[in-house]
Ligand binder design. Structure first.
Ligand code: UFG
Length: 332
């Protein structure tokens, strides 16, 4: 067991719960703060300590940092639905930007020197050059992306002013579930393609809508870089090691596999894995969707010893499907 512990905010949520597993499997002690608004207490591995509360509750956060000898923060807590951020921007500037400001301040006050931030490809907006590299212009096209970019900016400025370093990991399209079946995407009201497709494959929906068939892509449907959530979680553990080994350096890295699949290719993969045919309904574009978003992942590959273990669309789909079946059994 390593010295001290890692504070994971949002550790009861989809990506956070996988990061908790990766940290525990790597021998870290973990304390989670989660308000359980979209997360689930059962998603937190029993080896971790769960503190129920808000990251903007300074007294709670600081007591947790001190009581658990916290050495680093992994910050996942926040709101993540892009269209909701357009209709209710202040929710995103509160839950993502303002709450992060409180959390960062607590880290500085408590002498927690390392911070890993869950950022997003949405900070790039509609990139002009794909694959998109980290030094591309960050011009978000929705409040979700802007709320995350503002947090990246705060971290940059805080790292320049204090003994503090950070790594902003910019996620592309996260999907799949823990291969051992310990966690997965569980929040209701999914908007993400692979989650929707496995819901359809398990009879929870009768079809999948294809949002747009006239993009300038190989088959006209949107292309994305899907990354397995367990590979993403592993990247966080490597980033933590780097921040601790080189405390004067901060980093911003894309997290993706560096190649894209179209909506139709994803649905083909679901059909292959289930050996059935999903009902696909071609429809208009969804507002605000870029045609193609693929990571240039050369920086993360050059900087971290991270190497993807589950870079295979069928594997991502089959892990997502296994978790969806597990949820169906649980909910009867
Ligand atoms: N899509 C469909 N039908 C659906 C759902 C999605 O055709 O029912 C399409 C979308 O139009 C898009 C692709 O599938 O082309 C992927 O869509 P998702 O909703 O799964 O994911 P997004 O690419 O829209 O969103 C992801 C992250 C966000 C992040 C964004 C950056 O989930 O957090 O990338 O652009 F902000």
């Amino acid at each position: 067991m390593r010295e001290g512990s890692i504070l994971v905010t949002g550790g009861a949520g989809y990506i956070g719960s996988h990061a908790v597993l990766a940290l525990l499997d790597a021998g870290w002690r973990v304390v989670v703060i989660d308000n359980l608004v979209t997360g689930f207490d059962w998603a937190v591995d029993s080896r971790a300590t769960l503190v129920k509360g808000a990251i903007e509750d300074d007294a709670l956060v600081r007591a947790t940092m001190r009581d658990h000898d916290v050495r680093a923060v992994m910050h996942f807590a926040g709101s993540v639905v892009v269209p909701e951020s357009v209709s209710d921007p202040l929710k995103y500037y509160r839950n993502n930007t303002a709450a992060s400001r409180s959390l960062i301040e607590s880290a500085v006050v408590c002498g927690v020197k390392h911070f890993i931030f869950s950022s997003t490809a949405a900070t790039y907006g509609t990139p002009e050059i794909v694959p998109v590299a980290e030094d591309s212009p960050q011009v978000p096209i929705n409040p979700y992306g802007m709320s995350k970019l503002m947090t990246e900016t705060m971290l940059r400025d805080v790292a320049a002013a204090h003994r503090f370093n950070y790594c902003a990991l910019r996620y592309f399209n996260v999907a799949g579930a823990d291969p051992q079946g310990r966690s997965g995407q569980s929040t209701a009201g999914a908007t993400h393609l692979i989650k929707i497709a496995v819901e359809a494959a398990t009879g929870k929906r009768d079809h999948v809508s294809v949002f747009g068939t006239d993009y300038d892509t190989r088959d006209g449907t949107g292309v994305r870089d899907y990354i397995h959530v367990s590979d993403l979680a592993a990247a966080h553990v490597h980033a933590l090691d780097l921040l601790m080994a080189r405390p004067t350096e901060s980093h911003r890295m894309n997290c993706g596999y560096g190649r894209g699949y179209s909506v139709l290719e994803v649905l083909d993969a679901v059909d292959r894995v289930t050996n059935r045919k999903l009902d696909r309904r071609m429809g208009p574009r969804r507002a605000g969707d870029p045609g193609e978003l693929v990571a240039d992942n050369s920086r993360i590959l050059a900087t971290l010893p991270w190497r993807p273990q589950r870079d295979d669309l069928d594997l991502i789909v089959s892990d997502a499907l296994a978790w969806e079946r597990k949820l169906s059994e649980r909910d009867g």
